[in-house]
Design a protein around this ligand. Structure first.
Ligand code: ATP
Length: 422
């Protein structure tokens, strides 16, 4: 480590198979530049002498197989070089998947479907990102499925989705989202409506199968599934349900032996379950940090990852849109109409009347039409926020990524709040 005249510029020389971990101080930015050798950030190769900029709060690792030199400019927190990393194991997982892809190519079958599971803060999203990046670097086009409704990487919190990955993630901004397939869940935890969560997972699996049928390259490239960190009780049941719905071939369990043993016991024999350690670099996130990062994701949806988008604000009359929520409050069985079970209630469309309680809420724009009976399982076009409800004028003021008119009139309200203040 050699500190130049400029106090904030630090050069790090990395030995082969080590990684430089750092956090960007809140409110600061840090520039990273590879000046010698080869290195990657979560599976994306760095370009020699090209500066990448990271925003406050970013946590990352620069890994090198063969050794490299990098410089960091700006205020970092706890920058250090780690010699112990699980990277070789993750690369081995990739190699095994790649073999399965070659076999799929030769035999005209389906490529491998891998699901990454584990408790919160073990690096599930990061492992998915690496597996996808390594696949893309081999000219594959895998499908990324993200079921993490709290801290997901596709669309915004409260949704699940899928996307075909054809280019490595940008080191600064992650995967580019061209035409993702997104479903509205409406809550930040699967436990808020497990019946709906499982229903949407089944629906997403079906849609992924359809895409695979029409896209041979995606089909043989396989699927990488990121899951929620809730691994007990209902969360565990959803993991088992997901394995079945997507017919996964491989489950990577990060860091938890109990979960590994349970899945080995409960999944059919042809599903391979492996246990891998988490990286010591994964940073634990507090409840507040999680809330903040949910908020950031929503803000980025409207304002861009680099604050380079300009959302629109306009009014719509109450009668121009139909707002629903999914799931009625459950009633005791004895109060239910004959023939109706609690399950139905949880996936029922409930019309919402205009009221102040809709302000500062995120809503999904359904691709379904008024009167369709499958709106709950229809994917969404995008999101808006109701910033004001004017009962006198009978209108909502909306924050929207595109100008009026809204592409559709069915809106699904989520219980995730968002305040449009910069
Ligand atoms: P969640 O439970 O919220 O879904 P997760 O298990 O998916 O979390 P990640 O989101 O992958 O965890 O990682 C948590 C944070 O740790 C991220 O900010 C990520 O950038 C960072 N991180 C992951 N691996 C490393 C590493 N090797 N060095 C430094 N930071 C890392």
């Amino acid at each position: 480590e050699d500190k130049g005249e400029d106090k904030e510029k630090v050069t790090h020389k990395l030995e082969p198979d080590t990684e430089l971990r750092f956090e960007v101080e809140a409110g600061a930015t840090v520039q990273l530049e590879l000046t010698k050798g080869l290195a990657e950030v979560f599976g994306t190769e760095l370009i020699l002498n090209k500066k990448c900029t990271f925003q406050g709060g970013s946590k990352l690792a620069v890994y090198t197989f063969h050794g490299c030199t990098v410089t960091l400019t700006g205020k970092t927190e706890s920058a250090y070089i780690a010699k112990e990393t699980p990277m070789t194991m993750y690369v081995n997982t990739h190699a095994a998947l790649e073999q399965m892809r070659q076999k799929a190519d030769e035999e005209f079958t389906r490529g491998p479907r891998v699901m990454v599971v584990g408790p919160t803060d073990v690096g599930k999203s990061t492992v998915c990102r690496m597996l996808l990046n390594y696949a893309v670097r081999m000219e594959r086009a895998p499908i990324y499925v993200d079921l993490d409704v709290g801290q997901g990487n596709i669309a915004i919190p409260g949704t699940i989705g899928a996307l075909i990955v054809e280019r490595p993630a940008s080191v600064e901004e992650g995967f580019s989202e061209v035409a993702p397939l997104v479903f509205h869940f409406g809550h930040k935890s699967p436990g808020d409506n497990l019946t709906l969560y499982d229903l949407l997972i089944s629906q997403l699996a079906e849609m992924v199968n359809l895409r695979c049928e029409s896209n041979k390259r995606a089909n043989t490239s396989g699927v990488v599934i990121n899951t929620c960190g809730w691994v007990r009780g209902g969360g565990y049941h959803s993991i088992v349900h997901t394995a079945g719905a997507f017919e996964v071939d491989l489950v990577v369990v990060l860091d938890q032996e109990r979960l590994y043993n349970e899945l080995k016991r409960d999944l059919p024999d042809f599903v391979k379950v492996i246990l891998q350690p988490k990286s010591g670099g994964v940073v634990e996130r507090s409840k507040e940090t999680r809330e903040e990062s949910r908020d950031n994701r929503i803000r980025q949806y409207f304002y861009g990852k680099k604050n380079d988008l300009f959302p629109h604000t306009f009014e719509v009359k109450f009668n121009e849109v139909k707002i629903y929520k999914i799931g009625a409050p459950s009633l005791p069985d004895s109060c239910m109409p004959i023939g109706m079970v609690v399950q139905d209630n949880k996936t029922k469309l409930v019309p919402i009347q205009p009221s102040q309680s809709l302000s500062n809420r995120v809503l999904s724009i359904s691709l379904g039409e008024v009167g369709d009976d499958d709106i709950v399982t229809t994917n969404v076009a995008g999101f808006i926020v109701i910033t004001q409800v004017d009962m006198d004028r009978q209108s909502y003021t909306l924050l929207s990524p595109s100008p009026r008119p809204l592409p559709r009139s069915v809106l699904l309200v989520s219980d995730i709040p968002f305040m449009d203040i910069k």
